[in-house]
Design a binder for this molecule. Structure first.
Ligand code: NAD
Length: 451
């Protein structure tokens, strides 16, 4: 997908997948990145049955929600599982944590390549007792550590469910279907919080955005172009926006996805007005906006000029904030709307030479935290992805040594593809993700940076 988003040649990855490279790597104990399984329409979400354990309140609802998956209850000799799912909502004390050991220890060697581990707990700060809060918080360290131990492209995540979610826990479904599929290939060691609201499943999980109008900024190339492709695949009508200078590439994206191109500099003072007018005239409003347009202007702070500082803060942070507020105030972003921002692991950990970029991307996280409760009153959700090393023109510009290190310094031992970021954004954008609000999910293969 997205020919325009190809990054630089992956020297180590190509070497280690050649016959002599594979031999050398196993002899020397060098890292061996797996080929990650990615979504292909019609292929099963997992490559084996789901082994389910735990005695909480969601194990039975999960079986009902995922009735098209195959489940097993006990480890059986020789069986490989596509996923291990553990209902940890019944863990109410420190002693109960032994249940994790009892379930996972015998099963750790029985996971298929690109398999999945999902632990479901209760949001710790909302849990009933002090003991339960402690034990629920412990799940995070457990799951992140499991993610670091898994091999061959397998991943582990934690889902915290609001304690007041209904018995059917339908709000969980979109998150579980995303995590228990090849769409979450490069998401690893993450925690996703799901609120108490119920959700309605789409008519088809293959086209969850059917009939929705989505705007993607910075869609001429890279991650933005792939987001547009994935949205179109999922049934959305897509407005792709980018600066006027990127017009030709933007038209290409628009043609490819059957979408509509809009020349728009997101930093223009009237950007929200222009977008609102365009979308209202053509489609009657907007359901989804993805603030993907972003730039880097790296320099050590001591050498940075005001122009570099201002342009990065304006494009990456001020513009998304102003446009969201404008679209909401005008009512152009409809009830049940979705705002998705693009942060970065540099906004979590900071990065040398990126004080401007790090500030802007951490500000994006602040925006999600601050806006989520306000937008929830209008039935709108706001979430962000924080990509790690993704193969694009942006990362192809990184010097060779740093680039190879950036790829290898993660649990999945490789860079991600633009489609990995796009799939996570599509999960947030789904109408069935109405209970998913205020999250920042890293799409970084559990990068050591920002850990
Ligand atoms: P890219 O440079 O390939 O594409 C960015 C697009 O944004 C370009 O088409 C550009 O023309 C457009 N753009 C820039 N300024 C604009 C403006 N003022 N108005 C409208 N459009 C504008 O970048 P990418 O790698 O695809 O990154 C996309 C997003 O992901 C950015 O927000 C970036 O910070 C973030 N990100 C990327 C990585 C990575 O590894 N590539 C990692 C973390 C975060």
């Amino acid at each position: 997908m997205a020919a325009k988003s190809k990054g630089a040649p992956n020297l180590y990855g190509s070497f280690v997948h050649s016959a002599p490279g594979q031999f050398l790597a196993s002899k020397l104990g060098l890292p061996q990145p797996a080929n990650l399984r990615r979504y292909v329409k019609g292929e099963p979400p997992l490559t084996g049955p789901v082994l389910i354990g735990g005695k909480g309140r969601v194990a039975e609802p999960v079986r009902a929600l995922l009735s098209d998956y195959t489940f097993a209850d006990e480890v059986s000799q020789g069986t490989k599982y596509g996923a291990l799912v553990f209902d940890a909502t019944g863990i109410g004390s420190i002693e109960d944590l032994s249940q994790l050991f009892e379930f996972f220890q015998p099963a750790m060697r029985s996971i298929t390549p690109s398999g999945r581990v999902v632990v479901i707990g209760t949001t710790p700060e909302l849990a009933g007792t002090v003991d339960e809060q402690i034990a629920q918080r412990a799940l995070e360290g457990f799951t992140r550590s499991v993610a670091k131990e898994l091999l061959r492209g397998a991943t582990a995540q934690l889902v915290y469910l609001h304690p007041e979610a209904s018995a059917a826990a339908t709000g969980l479904e979109s998150t579980l279907r995303f995590l228990l599929s090849a769409k979450s290939a490069f998401v690893d060691g993450q925690v996703i919080r799901v609120g108490k609201d119920d959700a309605t499943a789409p008519a088809s999980w293959d086209r969850p955005l059917e009939g929705k109008v989505a705007v993607v900024t910075g869609a001429a190339r890279g991650i933005g172009a792939t987001i547009a492709e994935v949205f179109a695949r999922d049934g959305a009508k897509v407005i792709v926006a980018d600066i006027p200078a990127a017009g030709e590439a933007l038209s290409e994206t628009a043609n490819k996805v059957g979408g509509t191109a809009l020349a728009l500099d997101v930093t223009a003072p009237d950007a929200a007005d222009k977008l609102a007018e365009f979308a209202t005239e053509r489609f009657g409003g907007i359901d989804i906006i993805v603030h993907n347009a972003g730039i880097t202007r790296d320099k050590l702070l001591a050498n940075m000029d005001e122009g570099r500082w201002n342009s990065v803060i304006n494009v990456n942070l001020a513009a998304p904030h102003r446009i969201t507020e404008g679209l909401v105030a005008k009512g152009v972003l409809k009830e049940g709307g979705r705002v998705i921002d693009v942060s970065s692991i540099a906004g979590i950990a900071g990065n040398r030479g990126q004080t401007n970029y790090g500030a802007s991307k951490a500000g994006v996280i602040g925006m999600v935290n601050a806006e989520a409760p306000k937008l929830a009153e209008k039935g709108i959700t706001i979430n962000a992805v924080a990509p790690g090393f993704i193969e694009t023109a942006m990362t192809a510009a990184i010097p060779l040594g740093t680039r190879e290190a950036g790829r290898l310094m993660s649990s999945l031992l490789q860079g991600g593809q633009t489609v990995d970021v796009a799939e996570t954004i599509a999960f947030f954008a789904s109408p069935a993700s109405n209970a998913v609000n205020g999250n920042v999910v890293r799409v970084c293969g559990q990068s050591l940076i920002g850990a």
